[in-house]
Design a protein around this ligand. Structure first.
Ligand code: RP5
Length: 165
């Protein structure tokens, strides 16, 4: 396995969105216009915590080197991806549960939210609504240190207050 020194940074992305499977892609469609609106760059990667742990570690190392600030991890069923990502990085991790199995997403929700103390995953709602909130929450985190993003977040809140959705 390559050490951190050997890992090349991936092109800078403020937010990296990790998916447990290609089948999760439709869930994150509503994130793109929001991240664009907030002026955040992002990259989408499919890397299953169970099936591709080495690929996942490589992505985390390379994206951290490239300056990624927030990770959004999206997974269904035994959704260990967000927790595993939180074990691999000190950056904030937002977990999005997906309704992929017979339990309608409750399985993924509980898998993601029940992290042990010290390894937090900010867990949002199941499915597309959660994914959109993950984009909003990532923007609010980044806005703490970025005035442009803060202004875009404020503008979006005004849009919502005016009846926008
Ligand atoms: C999880 O299992 C994925 O995140 C996905 O939500 C679910 C089903 O995956 P596939 O069988 O479609 O690859 O790992």
């Amino acid at each position: 396995m390559a050490g951190t020194k050997d890992v090349k940074p991936i092109a800078t992305a403020d937010v990296v969105i990790l998916l447990g499977s290609k089948s999760d892609l439709p869930v994150i469609e509503g994130m793109y216009p929001l991240l664009d609106r907030f002026g955040l760059s992002y990259k989408v990667e499919v890397a299953s915590a169970h099936r591709q742990p080495d690929k996942l570690r490589r992505i985390i190392k390379a994206s951290e080197k490239g300056g990624t600030m927030v990770y959004v991890a999206v997974a269904g069923m035994a959704a260990h991806l967000p927790g595993v990502v939180a074990s691999m990085t000190g950056q904030p991790v937002i977990g999005v549960p997906v309704a992929a199995g017979p339990m309608g997403g409750v399985d993924a929700l509980l898998s993601i939210v029940q992290m042990p103390p010290g390894v937090p995953v900010a867990t949002v709602a199941v499915g597309s609504a959660g994914a959109r909130n993950a984009a909003c929450l990532a923007a609010r985190m980044i806005a703490l240190k970025d005035k442009k993003v803060a202004a875009a977040v404020l503008e979006y809140r005004k849009y919502l207050a005016g009846g926008g959705k």
